[in-house]
Design a protein around this ligand. Structure first.
Ligand code: FES
Ligand code: FES
Length: 171
């Protein structure tokens, strides 16, 4: 069992605590936006989600280590300035790389509204569709939008905890 908040919803995973967060999200919570890219070796960043405000590779962390954590997946970032910027920059190809990129870049923008070039270089942008320049432009566009709107640099306070929905693997 492991309880956490995922995209604002209280969930209790009725799974082995050693289950990687990636598979708990995909197989139990049906949040299939998060993708596996490198076989779960922690090297590609395609599986990145946001945990307590920071980018985390979901294939490399177990649900047992996330008791009480606040998790955001790409599904929870609909309407985020970066998601809208990707559309505006025509930066959407097959979509395979995008969930990890969006989560990593959104976490970065929340921590640093004007990220340095080295921080942008460290984002998971192994885009087989060749959209890296557009992904980069989208971050700049999102940063400008967030600055213009005065969007807070820190994530909002989590809502009060409610009874968790229990999720388990489908049989
Ligand atoms: S699947 Fe590649 S880092 Fe997680
Ligand atoms: S959009 Fe296809 S891999 Fe990036």
């Amino acid at each position: 069992m492991a309880r956490m908040r995922v995209n604002g919803q209280a969930l209790e995973f009725a799974l082995d605590p050693a289950t990687p967060l990636l598979w708990a999200l995909r197989d139990a919570a049906n949040l299939t936006g998060t993708k596996q890219g490198c076989g779960g070796t922690g090297q590609c960043g395609t599986c990145t989600v946001i945990v307590d405000g920071g980018a985390v590779q979901s294939c490399a962390v177990t649900i047992g280590s996330l008791e009480g954590a606040d998790v955001t997946t790409v599904e929870g970032l609909a309407g985020h300035p970066l998601t809208l910027a990707l559309v505006a920059e025509d930066a959407i190809g097959c979509g395979f790389c995008l969930p990890g990129f969006v989560c990593a870049a959104a976490a970065l923008l929340q921590q640093n509204a004007r990220p340095a070039a080295e921080q942008l270089d460290a984002l998971p942008t192994r885009c087989a569709c060749g959209l890296q320049p557009r992904l980069r432009r989208a971050i700049g566009r999102a940063a400008s939008t967030m600055a213009a709107s005065g969007q807070p640099s820190q994530p909002p306070e989590p809502a009060p905890q409610t009874s968790p929905e229990i999720v388990t693997r489908p049989r």
